[in-house]
Design a protein around this ligand. Structure first.
Ligand code: PGA
Ligand code: ZN
Length: 448
């Protein structure tokens, strides 16, 4: 009898410990550097059990006009005005006092409560008071702390049944703002090794082709230095030439173009949209919306381009509608600057049939919960989502877990080069290993 009581007591104790809801003990933000050497926000949350969760906020270069505000100090004496001490202070002095002592959430509804509290504290549409960089840092750290306190891998915190490994879109030739406008007008030429049998193999295809491309560029006397996202920066004469170089590299690596590996583009057209026209400096052309659409039609026809992101500018709603009508059946049209992960802009796009896919960037909107809402609406519309890094990154791998957790079949996080890019891919390999037989690589399904 005594032994039975002892066993019951131990069972009770272990369950009390298991079900004890943890509280936030401290929240600390600091200024760190991102991959471009610019300051960004890091947030560290400690729970009363001693669990520590950290998050580092990324930052864009070809930022959309309608993104939530990234708060910079504008003190020209520090980091050319790019310091984030005000955002850091907003976390430490405004957000922290409100959430220290609160119980950490166990599910996404509870995360949403924290996010709503921060939105109320900020009180503006665009997060102009506290800064999206301050708010997002806390939001991600809370999600991570919750997963840790539940003893769950981060991707399972978002969905216990998550099992899809995304296809990576690897940006191996950098242009536009990411190459300081010293290369093509088009910003990103991406490898999509969707014919591989699993994620790890997919990454191998990508890395092998990347190295073949380097050899090819060297043989043609091109520079092999890299841009912000780890892709090469090449001084070519047209926006089409990189496509030919990549196809060449794919074949040199022993793969079949389109069957094993396809190509996706991020044109980032807002970056060269001037007075209602598209200024293609590399080709000395000034195109209207219609002429741009014709150009894409031609490229899709010729090279079977898998997807085109931001083919037109963020305010060219009429052009987008037309583009989707003309080539939306043949290729995937992804809105990045157009939608900025914002439900309101997305709702307009759905109504006007502007595109058929959405690029998802957490810091465009500034909280994890709002990002989840944008993803859910996109999937409900039967459009595709692509979870994305920013050109200014850190080694934080949150988006890898987030992508798997949200059932997104596509991720773009740069070239298979530079730790801040590769770490996300490496994390996806770890997740694939952990899922074992239960995992499913999205492969060509991702584009259907
Ligand atoms: P950004 O670029 O992070 O510089 O905005 C990424 C993209 O345009 O997709
Ligand atoms: Zn983009």
């Amino acid at each position: 009898m005594q032994e039975q009581q002892r066993v019951y007591f131990l069972w009770l104790m272990s369950n009390c410990i298991k079900f004890k809801v943890e509280k936030i003990k401290s929240v600390k933000a600091r200024e760190i550097l991102d991959s471009r050497g610019n300051p960004t926000v890091e947030v560290e949350i400690t729970l009363d059990s001693g669990i520590k969760a950290k998050s580092d906020v990324p930052s864009g270069a070809s930022t959309g006009t309608y993104e939530a505000l990234e708060l910079r100090d504008n003190d020209k004496k520090r980091y050319k005005g790019k310091g984030v001490l005000n955002a850091v202070a907003n976390v430490n002095n405004v957000i922290a006092p409100k959430i220290v002592g609160m119980e950490i959430g166990e599910n996404l509804d509870e995360l949403e409560k924290f996010d709503e509290m921060m939105l109320n504290l900020d009180g503006t549409e665009n997060k102009t008071n506290l800064g999206a960089n301050a708010i997002l840092g806390v939001s991600i750290a809370i999600a991570r702390a919750s997963a840790m306190s539940l003893n769950l891998p981060l991707y399972k915190y978002f969905n216990k049944n998550a099992k899809i490994l995304p296809v990576p879109m690897m940006n191996i030739l950098n242009g536009g703002a990411h190459a300081n406008w010293q290369s093509t007008d088009f910003q990103e030429f991406m490898l999509v090794p969707y014919g591989a049998k699993n994620f790890a193999e997919c990454l191998r295809y990508g890395a092998e082709i990347y190295h073949e491309l380097k050899i090819l560029l060297k043989s043609k006397n091109f520079s092999t230095s890299v841009g912000d996202e780890g892709g090469f920066v090449v001084n070519v004469k047209s926006n089409e030439e990189p496509i030919k170089l990549i196809i060449n590299a794919i074949e040199n690596a022993g793969y079949e173009y389109y069957k094993d590996v396809g190509i996706s583009l991020d044109v980032a057209a807002s970056g060269f949209y001037k007075d209602g026209n598209y200024e293609l400096k590399t080709e000395n052309l000034n195109f209207s919306s219609d002429e741009m659409i014709e150009k894409y039609k031609d490229l899709v026809e010729k090279y079977k381009i898998l997807s085109i992101e931001d083919g037109l500018a963020e305010d060219d709603w009429e052009g987008w509608k037309k583009m989707n009508k003309e080539i939306g059946e043949k290729t995937i049209l992804i809105g990045d600057d157009l939608f900025v992960t914002n439900i309101k802009r997305l709702e307009r796009g759905i109504k006007e049939k502007s595109a058929n896919a959405v690029l998802i960037k957490l810091n465009q909107i500034g909280t994890v919960s709002e990002t989840i809402k944008a993803i859910n609406l996109t999937h409900k519309t039967n459009w595709k989502t692509v979870i994305s890094h920013r050109s200014g990154e850190t080694t934080d791998t949150f988006i890898a877990d987030f992508c798997v957790g949200m059932n997104s079949k596509l991720i773009k996080t740069g070239a298979p080069c530079r730790s801040e890019r590769v770490e996300k891919y490496n994390q996806l390999m770890r997740i694939e290993e952990e899922l074992g037989n239960k995992g499913k690589f999205a492969g060509k399904e991702a584009f259907k």
